[in-house]
Design a protein around this ligand. Sequence first.
Ligand code: CU
Length: 495
Amino acid sequence: MAAPIFFCLQLLCFAFTVIRTRAQPPGTWELLVQNAGIASMHTAVTRWNTVVLIDRTDIGASNLSLPNGVCRIDPNDLALTTDCYAHSALLDLETNTIRPLMILTDTWCSSGQFLPDGTLLHSGGWNDGNTKFRTFTPCINTSSCDWEELPNTTSLHQGDGDNEGDNMYPYVHLLPQGNLFIFANNQSVLYDYVNNTVVLDFPQLEGGSRSYPSAGSSAMLALEGNYSTATIIICGGAQYDAFNNQSVNSTAKGSCGRIVATDPNPIWEMEEMPLVRIMGDMVMLPTGDVLIINGAQAGSQGYGLATNQCLTPVLYQPDQLEGSPFVTLNPGSIPRLYHSTANLLPDGRVLLSGSNTHYYYTFDGDFPTELRIEAFSPEYLAADNTNLRPVVTKTPKTVQYGNLYNVYVTVSSPISQACEVEVNFASAPFATHSFSQGQRLVKLGVTRVVSQVNGEYRIVFQAPPNGMVAPPGYYMMFVVNQGVPSVARWVQLTS
Ligand SMILES: [Cu+2]
């Protein structure tokens, strides 16, 4: 008997949501690590299913010793010139165990990104870290990879702000046509980095500044279809001058701006979140929905400058055409304010780490230094979605731009809606300061879903067309069936 073939015209597929009416708000929480030893202000997930955690180095003792009595001797360190404590660590997602890593120069307020070969490049910082690049080449969890410091470079200091200081940690998104969308304060430009020219000034976003220390967050919505458009959203932030005036009780903003950055005459459309929020994180889920999590409801970004923790995550469903695009989710219990992070994991959960509103590690008073690591499971991981969850059985390890590939899955319930099967690439961003640097979700073209005689399905997908849609590197490849993602496989995208 010939295997049935479903041809999928994606444009005819309606957005599918797994949110159902139920008594409890959607989502569940779990504690992964009771004491990670460090509070991670910079966090990145590696292709070996480990997580790199980084704090700053000049805050004296952490709760994690360097192994074998090793100490870091640094005459420039502002707190401990002989420091026997770790300020970076590796979390193994298989065992939820922590291994201390040794970082030599100060990483306070640095940046990072994975290179095409999977190496994490970490740039800048403070004091002696200001002129440093560091690399971390991830390894399998039984090996002992660690940080390497590259020779000094020129200053990587990120620049100064306006009188409110609001130009730091700008939101940068690589658009699928190759230009950069750069947002700082309340302004944004389209920047051609090849010719070093500003191509377009976007209209001002209403409601005041949104970047550090006014601390909203931003994400680029999933790239899909023919990749001709890209939409950016920016949500929340502090009230004007809350940072300058140290107004810790000043209510945060609840507005979101949404702009089609590829439109020749772009305008901001405004939407209102169900909760106000500063220092939120925006995580692109494998489905294309955006999880808004962490942060506070008053004050601004910085040490001791925020109050009223925001424990309730919110889901933003960009394809929701009627009613509110926001769904209020199940609240957690651990405040995560300044210097906390959120990262998508390969199994579809979201890892929450860090929070330290104090200069040193401080475990009393309001908002103590947070060493616990949690995971939030979105509704798609609920037990009643198990029947829909694809299990990837075979997939290529490497894909090249534009080519067609097969991924094989099994699913408990037969796939009846072939056009509701997606193959989506999620990058592993470097999360810090309420923004996930390098975050992108690319929905690939699915050309066929073929039922196999052994109960598997063969799904034919097309790799991204070029490095502007998806820069080369390792991606979490999720197969998503009716809004329920598989566990991802890491796939290297190359030219
Ligand atoms: Cu900081």
